[in-house]
Ligand binder design. Structure first.
Ligand code: SF4
Length: 63
């Protein structure tokens, strides 16, 4: 599984961080960071939650 972020759409509200804190991080510079671009299958549920809660549709899962 590969996680893609559209940084043009992301508004850094951190909702994905709450859903999957081991995959996404929001830092002091208010930018979203991907901690793990290729999370293991065990993280799929959490990453799917993050995709669903993102109000900007900025997240995508490939594979
Ligand atoms: S939930 Fe969406 S808009 Fe919010 S920080 Fe994550 S990717 Fe960006």
């Amino acid at each position: 599984m590969k996680v893609k972020v559209d940084y043009d759409l992301c508004e850094s509200n951190g909702l994905c961080v709450m859903a999957a804190p081991d995959v996404f991080d929001l830092r002091d510079d208010d930018q979203l960071y991907l901690l793990d671009e290729t999370p293991g299958e065990s993280r799929r549920g959490a990453v799917e939650d993050a995709v669903q809660v993102c109000p900007k549709q900025a997240l995508r899962i490939e594979g």
